[in-house]
Design a protein around this ligand. Structure first.
Ligand code: PEP
Ligand code: MG
Length: 326
């Protein structure tokens, strides 16, 4: 089975009845983009740019960041790059960006909240991304699709604050020097943003569900807790309902939805996510062939029935048992 999955890694993935789902790679390092393509990635669905920042002793400048992002976009050769803006703070400290001591770092200055306290850093990163995706002289026919997503957005006000910077840059940078095919979206990883998905969907270009944090914040279980983290299961019906609200709101506005948390590579969860209408799964590069193989095993109607079954359960154990019994 594994050999067959590997053999077919470059084929697109669809359910048995032909419903296409994109499978992309999660990356922490732009140098790994080429390897991800070699494993069948149809793009990068989550570039965790914080690793680039952590590898430097101060915020990398415009030229350094542009070179870095360009490396990934070049390697993707026309496939989309979904780059997440700097997501630090909380459990991911950045030594040169000190945050005051907090009692609850998971509920503190992190993600987009932190980024908006130093808008110049965010602006430089957005500028670098936009410039890295500019057309390459002589290869203008190869598209360089860029999707930028903001982490830990809790409501539309944070999105608007970042979008104001983004829009200013689009107006400022000459068209020939920046991305033309670019979208700005948000991660759905705080319950409030899923509950408010209809208002967000009216303004964003896409959603990407971060099931790791969404599960943590929905169930109030620290995702790294030594005893409790096993209970932080993204197949909990409460989390699934939030994903359902997110997808329904997005599709009602013609926007797409990816899932880039761990749940996207969970064999039991894949039909549920597809049944809920998720358009793209982003997983670690080495899991891509198997995720594609999993997608080829069921029909969309079966997936929709699995999703309904899961949504009607009371606990994550019940969901797993019910899916197993099917
Ligand atoms: C998530 O929260 O699910 C996610 C993909 O982001 P990270 O794991 O980097 O917090
Ligand atoms: Mg997260």
């Amino acid at each position: 089975r594994e050999a067959d999955a590997w053999e077919r890694r470059f084929e697109t993935a669809q359910t048995r009845d032909g419903h296409r789902v994109e499978v992309a790679a999660n990356l922490g390092n732009t140098a790994h983009a080429e390897d991800a393509v070699g494993r069948g990635a149809e793009g990068v669905g989550l570039l965790r740019t914080e690793f680039l920042f952590m590898a430097h002793s101060s915020a990398p400048d415009l030229a350094t960041q542009t070179t870095e992002y360009r490396q990934a976009i070049d390697a993707l050769n026309g496939r989309p790059l979904v780059a997440r803006t700097l997501d630090v703070g909380g459990d991911k400290p950045l030594p040169y960006w000190p945050v005051p001591q907090e009692d609850n770092p998971f509920l503190g200055l992190r993600g987009i909240r932190l980024a908006l306290t130093e808008p110049e850093v965010l602006e430089t990163q957005l500028r670098a991304l936009l410039m890295a995706a500019a057309p390459v002289v002589g290869s203008e026919d190869t598209p360089r699709p860029l999707r930028i997503m903001l982490p830990m957005v809790k409501d539309v006000a944070e999105f608007r604050a970042a979008k104001a910077i983004f829009d200013r840059l689009l107006a400022e940078i000459p068209v020939s020097e920046r991305a033309s095919d670019v979208q700005l979206g948000v991660m759905i990883e705080i319950p409030s943003s899923a509950l408010l998905a209809p208002t967000l969907a009216a303004e964003v270009d896409f959603f990407s569900v971060g099931t790791n944090d969404l599960t943590q914040y929905t169930l109030a279980i620290d995702r790294g807790h030594p005893e409790l983290s096993a209970q932080a299961d993204g197949l909990h019906p409460a989390v699934l309902r939030l994903i359902q609200m997110t997808v329904d709101a997005a599709h009602a506005q013609g926007k797409w939805v990816g899932v880039c948390g761990e749940l996207a590579s969970d064999t039991a969860a894949i039909p549920v996510l597809v049944g809920l209408g998720v358009d793209e799964l982003s997983v670690s590069a080495r899991q891509i062939p198997l995720v594609k193989a999993r997608l080829r095993e069921f029909d969309l109607t079966e997936a929709q029935a699995s999703a309904q079954l899961a949504l009607s359960q009371a606990t994550s154990d019940d969901v797993r048992d019910a899916l197993e019994a099917r």
